[in-house]
Ligand binder design. Structure first.
Ligand code: IMP
Ligand code: MG
Length: 187
């Protein structure tokens, strides 16, 4: 028998749970089913590229629901000006290890906010002669988009609030909460 899980309590910084763990699990299963279907005829493993750090929990749940052959890799980038008015300036901190030329790539991201990060990655991967590059983002904040970018797979649309949990953090806090919580605006 499964023991009931005791959830970490909300702290005074967290306003409310936006997406609970069961809802997340159902949606990740749906996305994995869609990916399994879309890549069912794939000849070589799909290369999943998780964008560190925020995507690591989504990626680990997603890849364990995939039945198609796949390889897990990571990329790390830093972005300045996020959450502020400054134009986003994205820099590569750690590159993928796989050679992605002629491979099918799925970039796995935690959230599409301004879109600067994913736009940068899309451009960067386009120069490497991958066979295909698609994007899966767990969350999407449409009100914050600054660039035009199409997501191939998306978990949930959320309003313009700062969220934490399921890989997403606030100054490295709350990253491992099993749900997505909305923070109170930080002064
Ligand atoms: P971008 O603005 O789309 O380039 O997003 C930059 C990065 O900011 C995302 O990949 C996230 O890691 C982070 N981010 C944006 N919004 C949130 C949020 O609400 N909570 C936690 N991290 C966020
Ligand atoms: Mg991120």
């Amino acid at each position: 028998m499964t023991k009931a899980l005791t959830l970490p309590p909300l702290t005074e910084e967290l306003a409310q749970v936006l997406i609970d763990a069961a809802t997340i699990d159902r949606r990740v299963t749906e996305i994995a089913d869609q990916i399994n279907h879309d890549y069912k005829d794939i000849k070589e493993p799909l290369i999943l590229v998780g964008v560190l750090k925020g995507s690591f929990i989504f990626l680990s749940d997603l890849c364990r629901k995939l039945t198609i052959p796949h390889i897990v890799d990571f990329i790390a980038i830093s972005s300045y000006g996020r959450g502020g008015d400054v134009q986003g300036n994205v820099r590569l901190l750690m590159d993928v290890r796989e050679d992605i030329a002629e491979k099918d790539v799925l970039i796995v991201e935690d959230i599409l906010d301004s879109g600067n990060t994913l736009k940068y990655l899309q451009r960067n991967f386009a120069t490497r002669a991958a066979r295909s590059v698609k994007i899966a983002s767990f969350l999407d904040k449409p009100e914050r988009h600054k660039v035009d970018l199409k997501l191939d797979y998306m978990g949930f649309t959320i309003p313009d609030v700062w969220v934490v949990g399921y890989g997403l953090d606030y100054k490295e806090k709350y990253r491992t909460l099993p749900y997505i919580a909305e923070m109170y605006p930080v002064k």
